[in-house]
Design a protein around this ligand. Structure first.
Ligand SMILES: Nc1nc2c(ncn2[C@@H]2O[C@H](COP(=O)(O)OP(=O)(O)OP(=O)(O)O)[C@@H](O)[C@H]2O)c(=O)[nH]1
Ligand SMILES: [Zn+2]
Length: 216
């Protein structure tokens, strides 16, 4: 990889500065090893890593993966900490929050929507913060179940509401385009905490609202 390419990345991800720019004494750095591994992968797949179109591919792959996993750079719970003095005792539902994540088994994308509901006690956070929360846990090497649980537990921990319910619906490219090749399969996961554990009526309200088309 060219040093100017690595400078660009180390500016964007300053915490990786040492790893990205450590080329002293001709040591084999982690970046060099990564680049060699990508070239080996290209060879194993039957192509030539030295051909023009693939020359910059190790850099592009590194850049893309650092972006796919940007969630590791910040604790997503921090987004919930700014709360507002709004009096509201019922459900707050934020639905159809789009996300893209990366399956930890195959490094292939899984993507879909998260629906988040909570019934506050005292703390209410900004609506956009739920999108930031989802993004923070999605941009990691993930499985859908953990993504769902982490979102719900973060809300429970920071906002201490009466109850939290999270439903995630996603398509996994590792199931669509390879392996079992079931292109239309959608996986749904849920996490229910607090009052939602014992109140089927509140769960029914949430499920009926997330099925409603449009909110206008
Ligand atoms: N539970 C769960 N499984 C997932 C998720 N993403 C991918 N998987 C599954 O992870 C499993 C990995 O299975 P393995 O047998 O170790 O790997 P594999 O040989 O590539 O499996 P196949 O996909 O069946 O070809 C597969 O069944 C995937 O469908 C997820 O978010 N949650
Ligand atoms: Zn997978």
């Amino acid at each position: 990889m060219k040093s100017e390419q690595l400078q660009i990345l180390s500016k964007k991800y300053p915490h990786l500065f040492n790893q990205l720019t450590d080329t002293e004494n001709g040591n084999i750095t982690s970046v060099t090893q990564f680049s060699e591994a990508v070239k080996q992968l290209i060879k194993l797949c039957g192509d030539d890593p030295e051909r023009d179109g693939l020359l910059d591919t190790p850099f592009r792959v590194l850049k893309a993966f650092l972006e796919y996993t940007e969630g590791y750079n910040k604790d997503p719970k921090i987004h919930l900490e700014k709360t507002f003095d709004i009096h509201h005792k019922g459900l707050i539902l934020i639905k159809d929050i789009e996300f893209y994540s990366l399956c930890e088994h195959h490094f292939s994308p899984f993507f879909g929507v998260a629906h988040i509901g909570y019934i506050p006690k005292e703390k209410i956070t900004g609506l956009s913060k739920m999108g930031r929360l989802v993004e923070g846990y999605a941009k990691r090497f993930q499985v859908q179940e953990r993504l769902t649980t982490q979102i719900a537990e973060a809300i429970e921990e920071v906002l201490d509401p009466e109850g939290t319910i999270v439903v995630v619906e996603a398509k996994h490219m590792c199931m669509c385009s390879r392996g079992i090749k079931k292109a239309n399969t959608v996986t749904t996961t849920s996490s229910l905490l607090g009052i939602y554990e014992n109140r089927p009526d509140l769960r029914a309200e949430f499920y009926s609202l997330i099925k409603t088309q449009g909110s206008k």
